[in-house]
Every structure is written in structure tokens, then in C-alpha cells.
Design a protein around this ligand. Structure first.
Ligand code: ATP
Length: 226
């Protein structure tokens, strides 16, 4: 199985009272293991909606989504959650770190949720924080970090379960130019080193040159740029 995520003929509409708001229209996409993809598009075009469907967080109005070959439309919510935890990692514009937990414990959380004991989850969290140069921040709280450091911790948290694909929604949206550059380079380094596919949705067109493939989402369909 070479494809980590695949969607076929995906359509999605929101229902606002009686009115249907179509967002995605018969969209198909596949992401191979180790591939990097950026999806650009104007605000409100449906980028976050697409990521939520690919992750099985929302269900499509029509079409199918496969994660590592598993058709999530055929799974119940519990099995979808397990599949998501096993194969996917998430990075958002806002870091979503838990403010009362140290950096180390924040990064260990996904493995704790998967049932690992605290010591082995913390050992793995230390390893990944060292790999990305944050070992000196283990004991800090998220409120004691810079914006760029917080986002790098969020990336470490997304990677601790060794996912097949990272889904990143505007991961550099809150950062200045220098930090945005560093965070993107970090994600790409890990993308290559761990053969972890990367899907970024963003407004930032500068990212395009660094990715394997780029698309614009417009009127519910993906238009290839490269
Ligand atoms: N729960 C909802 N109910 C109704 N409409 C919604 C809902 N969530 C999103 N929408 C609409 O669906 C469209 C797509 O939203 P989405 O958040 O996917 O866009 P986006 O491209 O990620 O935007 P941005 O770049 O601003 O984050 C927008 O027009 C939005 O107003």
C-alpha cells in the first residue's frame, strides 16, 4: 500500500437552516507515503473542511476517504478514531498545547492516550524533543515559550506516534517570517527523514516551491499548480 490517504469523488455541503452551502465538489486526491503536498486557496474556500474529511473528523456528503487503504466510511466512530491515532498527526495554526502541562508531558500525551505507560511515553517524548533541538525546554509550560517554540513542540507532539502523514492547517499562520521558515523547514526535514507524508493547507504561496505537489482549491475542486 503506497498511498497513505486517498479520497475519491468527495463532495461536502454545510446546511445553514434550509440552505445548502456546497464546499467541495467531486474532489479526488491521493497522497503517497513520504510525499509533500500544499493546498492553497482563498479564505473560506474549504481547505479546513477538506482536512477534516481526510482525517475522518467529518463525514462527506458523497464519496469515500481511505486511510492507509481502509475505507473510513465503513468504520464506526471508535475504529475511525483508532485509525486516525495510528496513522495521522495534526498541526494547527494555534498550537493547542495544554497550558497546565509541561512541554515533555504535552508531547507524551498522544502515546498516553494510546495506552503507553508514562515512563515510556516520556522517554519517547524526550527523544523527539532532542531530535528537533528542544531538549532544554522539557520542563517549561507552553506559556513560557515563544510562538515558534510552541509550534515546534506541537510538531513534536504530532510526530511522537510516528504517523504516516501529518495534516497541517496554516501551521505558520501565527509566526513571523523567520519562525515560519524554521517551522516549515523542520516539517520538511522530518517529512524526508521519517518518510512521513505532509499535507499543508495555507494562504502562503511561498511554500509551493518546497513541496512535491501544489494545488489551489477553487469552487470545490483542486487545480494542480505543480
Ligand atoms: N459549521 C459550519 N456551518 C456552515 N458553514 C460553514 C461551517 N464551517 C464552515 N462553513 C463554511 O464553509 C466554507 C469553507 O470553510 P473552511 O473553514 O473549510 O474554509 P478555509 O478555506 O479553511 O478558510 P480559512 O482559510 O479562512 O481558514 C466557508 O464558506 C465557511 O463559511
Amino acid at each position: 500500500m503506497n498511498k497513505i490517504i486517498e479520497c475519491n469523488n468527495l463532495s461536502y455541503s454545510y446546511f445553514d437552516g434550509k440552505k445548502e452551502i456546497p464546499v467541495l465538489n467531486n474532489l479526488s486526491l491521493s497522497i503517497k507515503k513520504g510525499e509533500s503536498i500544499v493546498i492553497l486557496g482563498q479564505s473560506g474556500c474549504g481547505k479546513s473542511t477538506l482536512l477534516n474529511l481526510l482525517a475522518g473528523i467529518d463525514k462527506p456528503t458523497q464519496g469515500e476517504v481511505l486511510i492507509n487503504g481502509n475505507n473510513i466510511g465503513l468504520l464506526n466512530e471508535n475504529d475511525t478514531t483508532l485509525l486516525r491515532g495510528k496513522y495521522l498527526g495534526f498541526v494547527y495554526q494555534f498550537h493547542h498545547l495544554l497550558n497546565d502541562f509541561s512541554v515533555l508531558d504535552n508531547v507524551a500525551i498522544p502515546e498516553r492516550i494510546q495506552g503507553k505507560n508514562q515512563q515510556s511515553a516520556q522517554t519517547n517524548a524526550k527523544k523527539i524533543l532532542s531530535r528537533i533541538g528542544l531538549e532544554h525546554l522539557l520542563k517549561r509550560l507552553p506559556s513560557e515559550l515563544s510562538g515558534g517554540e510552541r509550534q515546534r513542540v506541537a510538531i513534536a507532539r504530532a510526530l511522537i506516534t510516528n504517523p504516516g502523514c501529518i495534516l497541517a492547517d496554516e501551521p505558520t499562520g501565527n509566526l513571523d517570517v523567520k519562525n515560519a521558515h524554521e517551522v516549515l523547514n523542520l516539517m520538511l526535514t522530518l517529512n524526508h527523514a521519517q518518510n512521513c507524508a505532509l499535507i499543508i493547507v495555507t494562504h502562503d504561496e511561498k511554500i509551493v516551491a518546497k513541496m512535491d505537489k501544489a494545488f489551489v482549491l477553487n469552487h470545490g475542486v483542486l487545480i494542480p499548480l505543480i
